[in-house]
Ligand binder design. Structure first.
Ligand SMILES: Nc1ncnc2c1ncn2[C@@H]1O[C@H](COP(=O)(O)OP(=O)(O)OP(=O)(O)O)[C@@H](O)[C@H]1O
Ligand SMILES: [Mg+2]
Length: 314
């Protein structure tokens, strides 16, 4: 099956870095700790991080919510911006939906000051959200407007996290344009890997850093909704397959888990759950620790051992 999957990738996707792709053991894939850098524009300036993917529905907003929450919990002043104009979601993931009075578009159109639109989390003093507008049209985003807001936020926050909408069109372009770093969320399926590959190309060529001829955006891979059982049955691309195909440092693997939906419904990012009970929470914590420069081994890559009873009935 996997050989078939790879064959299909080679012939139809035109992915970069596919030459010489072979069967790579999981043992050869390591998560990389991120190179920790300071702000680009000067001492004390925050980093702009885009959570992106290309393909829709792969877990960008889930990741943005958990990443922002955990960074804040670890003492980093963090603001998360929802770039999904028209389909606002991030406020829901963080349980702030009833507190949105002014949004990102209000600020861009001069109808509210930035400080009026920033919503402070009630659980965590270091966490703020700038919500997307639900009703307005997407042309409200302009590069000049977004740049102004991001520059202001960089002065006040350690991390400015931009939750990208799906696709590679205007919204996604605005979300990634001013980034210093990118988290590329990828599901273990062909269409997701292909779209991530496109996005990696855009990050390298169509960002402000590229336009200014500065160091490129550092792009990191986060594999989301991973199912080791299906990988073991050769029904899903493995971590090593995806890493080799995309060729950017791997920062984490998040298991597929029902806990994500339950947490979202409660307005609590899954990273808030007890990591000893919920693998997804542990995986997001490891990912954020690697993002902060810690060297931590990957977990949750092997199928769970079945107990006697479940073996009997499976
Ligand atoms: N690790 C996971 N395990 C199980 N379900 C998940 C996981 N991550 C995300 N999901 C589910 O996948 C769906 C899409 O998640 P999310 O909204 O975070 O994706 P997205 O990439 O932001 O989507 P969009 O492109 O529409 O903005 C949601 O129903 C979410 O609950
Ligand atoms: Mg989203």
């Amino acid at each position: 099956m996997l050989n078939g999957v790879r064959g299909a990738m080679r012939s139809s996707c035109g992915l970069t870095g596919l030459a010489g792709l072979g069967r790579v053991g999981l043992a050869r894939v390591h998560a990389a700790a991120r190179k920790v850098k300071g702000g680009d524009g000067g001492e004390g300036e925050g980093r702009v991080v885009v959570v992106t993917s290309g393909k829709g529905g792969v877990g960008k907003t889930t990741t943005s919510a958990s990443m922002a929450y955990r960074l804040a919990e670890l003492g980093h002043k963090t603001v998360a911006i929802d770039f999904d104009i028209g389909l606002r979601n991030l406020d829901l993931h963080l349980g702030m939906e009833r507190r949105v009075v002014f949004d990102f578009v209000n600020v861009l159109q001069g109808e509210a000051e930035l400080r009026q639109a920033l919503i402070k989390d009630r659980r965590n003093d270091n966490l703020y959200v700038l919500a997307a507008s639900q009703t307005r049209d997407k042309t409200a985003l302009t590069l000049e407007g977004v740049e102004k807001v991001i520059n202001q936020l960089k002065q006040q926050f350690d991390y400015v996290l931009c939750d990208s909408p799906a696709g590679i069109e205007s919204g996604a372009h605005h979300a990634m344009y001013f980034a210093d770093e990118a988290i590329v969320c990828t599901n273990p399926e062909l269409s997701s890997v292909r779209d991530s590959d496109k996005m990696i190309g855009l990050l390298a060529s169509k960002s402000k850093r590229a336009a200014d001829g500065r160091e490129p955006i550092d792009a990191y891979l986060l594999i989301t909704r991973y199912e080791p059982e299906r990988v073991a049955d050769a029904n899903m691309l493995s971590v090593s397959d995806i890493s080799e195909m995309l060729g950017i440092p791997l920062l984490g693997v998040i298991p597929n888990s029902e806990a994500v939906l339950t947490s979202t419904n409660l307005g609590q990012p899954v990273v808030m759950q007890d990591p000893n009970e919920v693998d997804c929470s542990g995986a997001f914590r490891d990912f954020v620790d690697r993002f902060l420069g810690k060297d931590i081994p990957l977990r949750f890559l092997e199928p769970k051992k079945k107990g006697f009873l479940s073996k009997l009935f499976s």
